[in-house]
Write a protein that binds this ligand. Structure first.
Ligand code: FES
Ligand SMILES: [Fe+2]
Length: 441
């Protein structure tokens, strides 16, 4: 057993480095699924994915196949996607509408949207005198221990006890507030469907990379430079001397240098969450932005409008499985599949009440920066695969997170990267600190 082989997992993690087995050992992975992913609050999806009663979406939480479903009373359930009869998966499709009840394809047991047994065919004749009675909870589809919704974002925890969703999210809750507050109607709507990418690496490499401010100007330099060349050429031919904003989304990877990244800051919270500050320059003065500003000011007044669009966030990481870029309504959810295989779901949202042009901006970022069609994503995927290959080798035992180690500023458990040290590896150190706490059980 793992516990005997590895008596103290915390020995694998030092404040500035971790052992490579964290990324490659299948038994450590199993324990991570049990103690982290199947314990904490995991993002399941957005209510707008399941607008009508019976609408469902399947989702993986740790090793557990789950299904998120809209109930007839408007609420939402998150259930294990398993029939209590002989274990058949209830929903074989990724999404759909189950009608009034779930119906198992094997022997037609049916279940209400909250998982409770509705009917067993020929129940009276077949089950009289057996343990299968209507009031036996073993006849129900099992539900996630806890489900909470925050501003339309649905989370589930498979553990009965633990912090509430708000207590768990702490300051990282700003990801959802910032996204929704930017909508004139105060809410967002998912854009169906998402991109799904499977990377050939451990899930933690994805989480570490999301707030690795050191890598963009290196890893994505060639992509950024090529985009910058095209941007300059187009700009030289326009009346305003400017190329459309979408070119800037890519060229920024070349023009935003490491100095600039250093001027941002990471703020690291308990449970492994992190906020990367730095305004993305989303307040250009083009007619589309001005039209949006006008709608927002009419709705909220000038003061509140300035507060909303002035939120200084680039990226929010909700450990262990969510990366949100709220100013551009982007969300990526991480679903570990195995020690060396990780699925990411890449979603984007529409600001309700905002002009179409503002949506096109978020779509452009989605396609140009986060989608599998862009070279940015390909640049990262190649690194993930190469990192995993290197970590699986005997070329070394440790992974280093030493950049700016010892220079973090800690106050009440919150760790900020030092001044002009935005590229500090503080977020990775913080994630590993949380990892140890979770793994200790
Ligand atoms: S396995 Fe579902 S009804 Fe038999
Ligand atoms: Fe990247």
């Amino acid at each position: 057993m793992l516990q005997e082989r590895i008596p103290d997992l915390s020995k694998f993690v030092e404040p500035d480095r971790v052992r490579r087995e964290l990324y490659t050992d299948a038994e450590i992975f199993e324990l991570e699924m049990q103690r982290i992913h199947e314990t904490v609050w995991i993002y399941c999806g957005h209510l707008s994915q399941i607008p009508k009663a019976g609408d469902y979406y399947t989702v993986q939480i740790g090793r557990q196949p789950m299904v998120m479903v809209r109930k007839s009373d408007g609420g939402v359930s998150v259930l294990y996607n398993r029939c209590p009869h002989r274990g058949n998966m209830i929903c074989g499709d990724m999404k759909g509408n189950t009608g009034e009840a779930f119906r198992c394809s094997y022997h037609a047991w049916t279940f209400h949207h909250d998982g409770k047994l509705k009917n067993i065919p020929m129940m009276e004749s077949g089950y009289q005198g057996t343990r299968f009675t209507r009031d036996n909870p073993d006849c129900n589809m099992k539900a996630a221990a806890r489900v909470e919704v925050y501003r339309g974002f649905v989370f589930a925890s498979l553990a009965k006890d633990g912090p509430t969703l708000k207590e768990f999210l702490r300051e990282a809750i700003v990801a959802f507030d910032d996204m929704c507050d930017r909508a004139p109607d105060g809410e967002v709507e998912v854009v169906p469907n998402c991109f799904r990418v499977i990377q050939h690496s451990n899930w933690k490499l994805f989480m570490e990379n999301q707030i690795d401010a050191l890598h963009p100007s290196v890893t994505h330099q060639s992509t950024g430079r090529a985009a910058h060349e095209v941007e300059k050429e187009i700009a030289s031919k326009t009346k305003t001397g400017e190329a459309p904003l979408s070119y800037h989304m890519l060229s920024a990877f070349a023009t935003v240098t490491i100095d600039k990244w250093d001027s941002f800051q990471t703020i690291n919270y308990p449970y492994g969450h992190c906020i990367l500050t730095g305004y993305m320059g989303l307040r250009p003065q083009d007619p589309d932005t001005l039209a949006y500003d006008k709608i927002m000011i009419e709705k909220h007044g000038k003061k509140r409008f300035e507060e909303i669009v002035g939120v200084n966030i680039h990226h929010v990481l909700v450990y262990p499985g969510l990366s949100v870029q709220s100013p551009l309504q982007q969300l990526r959810a991480v679903r570990p599949l195995g020690v060396d295989r990780t699925l990411t779901e890449i979603w984007h949202f529409r600001l309700k009440g905002a002009p179409e042009a503002i949506y096109r901006r978020s779509l452009a970022y989605y396609n140009l920066v986060n989608s599998p069609a862009t070279l940015i994503n390909a640049d990262d995927l190649e690194n993930f695969w190469k990192c995993h290959q290197g970590l699986a080798s005997d070329g070394g035992d440790w992974v280093s997170f030493a950049r700016h180690f010892g220079r973090d500023i800690e106050k009440n458990g919150v760790v900020e990267s030092g001044p002009d040290m935005g590229t500090s590896e503080a977020p990775m150190r913080n994630q590993m600190k949380a990892w140890v706490q979770y793994m200790k059980g």
